[in-house]
Write a protein that binds this ligand. Structure first.
Ligand SMILES: [Zn+2]
Length: 483
């Protein structure tokens, strides 16, 4: 990579979670029997006329407003013509030279290895336009292919980013930021495996300060990890070619996750001529300012603002806050847990620790987590008040809560887990331990401070693991200072 700078721009296809398809009344849902969600419009039968889905327009406006883009009062639909078995009309309806959403930007964490400094960088968006999805081909054994048109006509918002990204890491950060945003706006279910949020990348290399190099398109990157791996690989591949004085070909490549490399799919020498022309069956899309203001008023608190607030008000780390903002449901759970337990840091630690581990083990989301924030808050508050140790909370109370043995208070009482916080009792234990270990005491006085931990351990042991470690430390320090 020496001497080269990577230039990356992403095109993200966001499937909008409208109830019906883009231009017809068919249901927009996955998992229905093949070809059951179809009608003359999305099958492209002669004479069927499209009608624009107003909900999809509102969702595109929400994205546009969230990224502070320019909303175009008037945009048009075009036909993009190509032949493919899963495209029954022989063309895709997309937006023309002017998109509903133009410009805007997204702040992402910059990659310090290429930026020379840590901190956010602003990535510009070129446009976001409405279009319809194609169907799906299923390639069976023996050379047979089957076509399912349930997805044909599902609304897509294509978000085209400017080539402002400078590394694979930045590309994955951009995607994560955009993903959090569309999920928080409620316009996409964010399901990467099902292809609700998918991405193509344009990658080229140039010597710093030079014009753009030849760009290669890497298609169908459907996980944050794949984006990072595929782009890292592609950057290395291009650097290798340029280093040997060979040209980079303008082509489309796919990511082969098993082989860990990108593979040529087709060269762009024979550039596709899509013969774009205005869609005669749809009038231009006109947006009134009242409509824009109504959408603006309905926007939720945006994830990046929420993250900033948690960092500033609650003192959370930036990475912690980003993970908590992974979905609106997770963020809402955190907010409630923090409020009810009285400790945002404690709530964050529990959610990112034991709760996330449980969700991963069970393969479920926070929506299906069996404990309400109220129930978990009882436990978090007990640890915060040092009524029980974190160890006892994690190993004994939390599992008991999960299987429904009652409230945290009740479990602590039933199992006798409350910590001894009676200073007199702890002073007695400390005195006993100091008397039993005169050697270490003398060494600590001689400056060997590392032996304090040993004495604390002895006191905790003497207390049967039920004394408050913080109070033990405090009493021990007092005693050692005054002895
Ligand atoms: Zn239909």
């Amino acid at each position: 990579m020496s001497g080269y700078e990577a230039v990356i721009g992403l095109e993200v296809h966001v499937q909008l979670r409208t109830r019906s398809k883009m231009f017809c009344a068919c249901a927009n849902r996955v998992g229905a029997p093949p070809n059951s969600q179809t009608c003359p419009v999305c099958l492209g039968l002669p004479g069927a006329l499209p009608a624009l889905n107003a909900e999809a327009v509102r969702m595109a406006l929400a994205l546009g407003l969230a990224v502070e883009a320019r909303i175009q009062p008037r945009s048009t639909f075009y036909r993009k013509q190509y032949f493919y078995p899963d495209l029954p009309k022989g063309y895709q309806i997309t937006q023309g030279p002017v998109a509903l959403v133009e410009g805007g930007d997204l702040d992402i964490p910059g990659d310090p290895t290429v930026r020379g400094a840590t901190g956010p960088v602003r990535i510009r968006l070129e446009r976001a336009h409405l279009e319809e999805d194609a169907g799906k081909s299923h390639h069976e054994a023996e050379g047979q292919s089957l076509v399912d048109l349930n997805r044909a006509g599902v609304p897509l918002l294509e978000i085209v980013g400017a080539p402002d990204l400078r590394s694979a890491l930045e590309a994955s950060e951009y995607l994560k930021t955009l993903h959090r945003l569309v999920v928080a706006l409620g316009i996409c279910d964010g399901n990467l495996e099902d292809g609700s949020f998918r991405c193509d990348a344009n990658v080229s290399l140039r010597r710093s300060g030079e014009a753009f190099g030849t760009r290669v398109e890497v298609k169908n990157l459907n996980s944050f990890r794949f984006v990072r791996q595929a782009l890292d690989h592609e950057i290395q591949r291009q650097a290798g070619l340029l280093g040997q004085g060979q040209p980079v070909l303008m082509e489309t490549r796919g990511w082969d996750a098993l082989a860990g490399e990108t593979r040529a799919q087709r060269t762009k020498e024979a550039a596709m001529d899509y013969r774009y022309f205005p869609e005669p069956d749809l009038p231009p899309l006109s947006i009134e300012s009242t409509e824009i203001e109504a959408v603006r008023a309905s926007l939720p608190e945006l994830p990046e603002r929420q993250i900033q607030r948690w960092v500033e008000v609650h003192g959370l780390g930036l990475d912690e806050a980003r993970t908590l903002a992974q979905s609106p449901a997770f963020a809402a759970y955190f907010e409630t847990l923090a409020r009810l337990s009285g400790t945002a840091r404690g709530a964050a630690a529990w959610l990112l620790g034991e709760v996330s581990r449980t969700l991963n083990e069970r393969g479920i989301g926070i929506e299906a987590f069996p404990l309400s924030p109220e129930s978990l808050a009882g436990l978090v508050a007990l640890v915060e008040a040092r009524t029980i140790s974190f160890g006892a909370a994690k190993d004994q109370v939390f599992p008991a809560l999960l299987v429904g043995e009652g409230s945290a208070d009740a479990i602590v009482a039933a199992k006798g887990l409350a910590q001894v916080r009676d200073r007199g009792a702890i002073e007695a234990l400390v005195a006993q331990v100091l008397a039993a270990h005169p050697g270490p005491v003398a060494q600590i006085k001689g400056g060997k401070d590392s032996l304090r931990g040993f004495l604390v351990g002895q006191v905790l042991k003497a207390g049967g693991g039920k004394v408050d470690p913080a109070l033990v430390q405090e009493v021990l320090s007092d005693r050692l200072a005054n002895a």
